[in-house]
Design a protein around this ligand. Structure first.
Ligand SMILES: Cc1cc2nc3c(=O)[nH]c(=O)nc-3n(C[C@H](O)[C@H](O)[C@H](O)COP(=O)(O)O)c2cc1C
Length: 195
C-alpha cells in the first residue's frame, strides 16, 4: 500500500486517542443516577472477550448487572458501597477453557479482560472502578451469594460502572527509574545505577 500523508495523519490520530484513553481512565467511586443501558454493557463485554489469553484459552465468564435490586444488594454487601449503575463480575470457569494453559494463566487472562472493560468504558464516556474479589475469599463469597455464582466458578473481581459524579485528572505515573533499557540495571534505593 502506498503510504500517503493522509494515512499517516489518520494513524497518528488514532494512536493519540488510545493513549488519551489510557491516561484518562481513573478509578471512579461516585456515580450519577444516570442508567447504563444493556446495549452499552454488551459493548463492554465485547471488549472483554477481545482480550488476549494464554493459548487463547478464554477461561472467563462475566455476570453483567443492570437490575437496580441486584445492584443495591451488591452495594450493601460490599465494602465501599459504590453507587455504580451497572456492574460486571469477571469470573474464571476453567471447565470452559479451551486450553490447559488456562490453569496457570487464568488470573493474567482475566486481568487483560478486566483492563479491556475499563478502557472501553473510558472510551464510551463511562467511569469504572476495579474492585477485588479472589483471592479475597470474603468478597468472592459475597459475589457468589448475591449473583448465584456456583463453587466451580471463581469471581475474580467486580467492576462498578456508571457516569462519573467526580472528576479526576488524566495522568501517567511514568517513572523512568522503573524502566530498564536493553538490559536490567540494578539501582540503589535512591534510584541511582549501582554499576
Ligand atoms: C487488583 C485490583 C484490586 C482493586 N481493588 C479495589 C477495591 O477493592 N476497591 C477500590 O475502591 N479500588 C480498588 N482498586 C482500584 C485501585 O485502588 C486503583 O486502581 C489505584 O488506586 C490507582 O488509581 P487509578 O485507578 O485512578 O489510576 C483495585 C485495583 C486493582 C488493579
Amino acid at each position: 500500500m502506498r503510504v500517503t500523508a493522509v494515512h499517516i495523519t489518520r494513524r497518528d490520530q488514532k494512536t493519540a486517542d488510545v493513549l488519551d484513553l489510557i491516561f484518562k481512565r481513573r478509578s471512579i467511586r461516585q456515580y450519577t443516577e444516570q442508567e447504563v443501558s444493556q446495549e452499552t454493557v454488551t459493548r463492554l463485554l465485547e471488549a472483554a472477550m477481545a482480550a488476549p489469553s494464554a493459548a487463547n484459552g478464554r477461561p472467563w465468564e462475566f455476570v453483567a448487572v443492570t437490575d437496580k435490586v441486584v445492584l443495591a444488594e451488591l452495594r450493601e454487601a460490599l465494602p465501599g458501597h459504590y453507587n455504580g449503575q451497572a456492574a460486571i463480575a469477571v469470573c474464571a470457569n476453567l471447565s470452559l477453557a479451551s486450553s490447559p494453559a488456562s490453569e496457570r494463566f487464568w488470573q493474567q487472562d482475566l486481568g487483560a479482560a478486566t483492563e479491556n472493560i475499563l478502557l472501553a468504558a473510558a472510551g464510551l464516556g463511562l467511569g469504572t472502578v476495579w474492585t477485588g474479589g479472589y483471592p479475597g475469599m470474603e468478597r468472592a463469597e459475597i459475589l457468589r451469594r448475591v449473583l448465584g455464582i456456583p463453587e466451580s466458578v471463581i469471581p475474580m473481581c467486580l467492576i462498578w460502572i456508571g457516569y462519573a459524579a467526580e472528576s479526576k485528572p488524566p495522568r501517567t505515573q511514568y517513572d523512568a527509574q522503573r524502566g530498564h533499557w536493553q538490559r536490567y540495571t540494578p539501582k540503589t534505593a535512591a534510584g541511582d545505577d549501582l554499576a
